[in-house]
Design a protein around this ligand. Structure first.
Ligand code: G16
Length: 545
């Protein structure tokens, strides 16, 4: 017989959700009561949980399994009616969104720190998604945080661990538990959007070679099922396809540095035709043509411009959206399609209302995120299938598709410079100073450039009217370039300063220039205005994308 226990606890400082839920070091999460406090705060935010239905699972990183067991016991003790758990406690983030929507649960809990490394000395994370399948909006995040500040007890069942590996139904303290295979639900959704027959013809053609790097993370089983088993890509197309709790010792971050094995296959003497990688929880994607890196901002614009080639979007797009720091390539597509383009703060949670209200169909971010209203999360494999569908319909390689896009719309050169592990107080001071000065910067000279306008980005949600301020300082220069400053909300140690820079070019002869050189003047001017060297002690970024 299992019994419900009331455990007395005290608040922990700093349980405020960031850009995407709560992310901390494993050592912090595994302290007694730490995870439990946050989970109870979520349940308290939900109100009366009796009879409610919840999905739970994560990206398989260290502590995933133990966390699922704790959440199951707490859900039962709090009176939930049903818990859907991904087999072995695994769920990719987009599959979680798919399952919440398909089975109409009241929400879901995702255990992931996304692209951050995993393992006992690395990172862990937790976030709550609502009944629409999307990340909790800022107001719900605030409500959870408020709960964490006054929490004094949580409820948990005193019971044995549940068996996570067997598909089927069981029971825990009066709550139904169903272990499901989210891969099947997700693959079914993809088959309803894309032309699987045509993509399959492309993939079984042994002259079209592609590679998908799952980076030892959660998308391995999804990519194998869809690309190899259903679409007939040759075995071995998916590399690093077995989820590992420390991601093979690497960072599951789909970029040119971390996805080195993939990058090697896309270059050299016999480069593959198409390559892609996704992150820890499967919502990010990087796509590569033969010897050709496709910037996420360009990828988003290309998908929107070619959506008519994909069966699921044949009826056209209601509108599109991008996060503010993302380049304005998408805006140009929207203009030509005569549809609205929304500019939101960084964070997928800001797209949810727009999708629910039918205002947008496709959206994305510079941080390797693209998605649509098929779920309420960004979706890495979806983007890969979208690209394959465009390649097969247009009969052009990825590189030509992007180049023709630039010729037609002009090119938005884009880069992001990250200054990692900097002193949090100094970083905050730097941003604060920029904010204070922003409104008076217009007209000032910075190096070779003159500032046309500057502001501190604020957003009012057009659906519910909620306002979000302090979302990044924007500086517009007189050569049409733009620099944006903000602090990352996903790190687990010190602060990361992000400097984004983009510049529009329409001269067809200037479409193939080096991005860093093209943006050098604006980057330097931005660095001087902000005093990056002075505040961070750094003269160069740690990561450039
Ligand atoms: C999360 C958010 C994204 C955001 C990214 C980077 O992605 O869902 O919307 O663009 O973090 O955020 P920041 O610049 O604050 O670090 P993910 O894939 O980490 O969940």
């Amino acid at each position: 017989m299992s019994t419900t226990k009331t455990i007395h606890t005290r608040p922990f400082a700093g349980q405020k959700p960031g850009t995407s839920g709560l992310r901390k070091k494993v050592a912090e999460f595994t302290q007694a009561h730490y995870l439990e406090n946050f989970v109870q705060a979520i349940f308290n935010m939900l109100g009366d949980c009796r009879g409610k239905r919840l999905a739970v699972g994560g990206d398989g990183r260290y502590y995933n399994r133990q966390a699922v067991q704790i959440i199951a016991r707490m859900a039962a003790a709090n009176g939930f009616g049903k818990l859907l758990i991904g087999r072995d406690g695994l769920f990719s983030t987009p599959a979680m969104s798919c399952v919440i929507r398909k089975y109409a649960t009241d929400g879901g809990i995702i255990l992931s720190a996304s692209h951050n490394p995993g393992g006992p000395d690395a990172d862990f994370g937790i976030k709550f998604n609502g009944a629409n399948g999307g990340p909790a909006p800022e107001s719900a995040g605030e409500a959870i945080y408020r709960q964490t500040l006054s929490i004094d007890k949580y409820l948990i069942l005193d019971s044995e661990d549940i068996e996570l590996g067997r598909i089927g139904k069981t029971e825990l303290g009066g709550m139904e538990i169903e272990i499901i295979d989210p891969v099947a639900d997700y693959a079914g959704l993809m088959a309803s959007i894309f032309d699987f027959d045509k993509i399959s013809q492309l993939l079984v053609n042994r002259r079209f070679h592609m590679c998908f790097d799952a980076m030892h993370a959660v998308t391995g089983p999804y990519a194998r099922e869809i690309l190899e088993d259903r679409l007939g890509a040759k075995p071995g197309t998916v590399i690093n396809g077995v989820p590992d709790e420390s991601f093979g010792g690497g960072h599951p971050d789909p970029n040119l540095v971390q996805a080195r094995e993939l990058v090697d296959r896309m270059n050299g003497d016999a480069p593959l035709a198409f390559g892609a990688a996704s992150d820890g929880d499967g919502d990010r994607n990087m796509v590569l043509g033969s010897g050709f890196y496709i910037n996420p901002c360009d990828s988003l614009a290309v998908l929107a411009a070619n959506a008519g080639l994909v069966p699921g979007y044949g009826e056209g797009l209601a509108g599109v959206a991008r996060s503010m720091p993302t380049s304005r390539a998408l805006d140009r597509v929207a203009q030509s399609l005569e549809i609205p383009c929304y500019e939101t703060p960084t964070g997928w949670k800001f797209f949810g209302n727009l999708m629910d209200a039918g205002k947008i169909t496709i959206c994305g971010e510079e941080s390797f995120g693209t998605g649509s209203n098929h779920v309420r999360e960004k979706d890495g494999l979806w983007a890969v299938l979208f690209w394959l569908n465009i390649i097969v319909e247009s009969r052009k390689p990825a590189r030509s598709i992007v180049r023709e896009h630039w010729q037609r719309f002009g090119r938005d050169y884009f880069t992001r410079h990250d200054f990692e592990g900097i002193d949090s107080a100094r970083a905050a001071e730097m941003i604060e100073r920029l904010r204070e000065r922003a409104s008076g910067l217009a007209g000032e000279r910075a190096g070779e450039l003159r500032i046309q306008a500057a502001d501190d980005f604020a957003y009012t949600d057009p659906v519910d009217g909620s306002a979000s301020t302090g979302q990044g300082v924007r500086i517009f220069f007189d050569d049409g370039s733009r620099a944006v400053f903000r602090l990352s909300g996903t790190g687990t140690a010190n602060a990361t300063l992000r400097l984004y820079c983009d510049k529009y070019e329409t001269d067809p002869s200037l479409m193939e220039l080096d991005t860093q050189r093209t943006l050098a003047q604006s980057l330097q001017a931005a660095g001087e205005i902000a005093g990056i060297a002075e505040f961070t002690g750094r003269t160069a970024p740690d990561v450039i994308t």
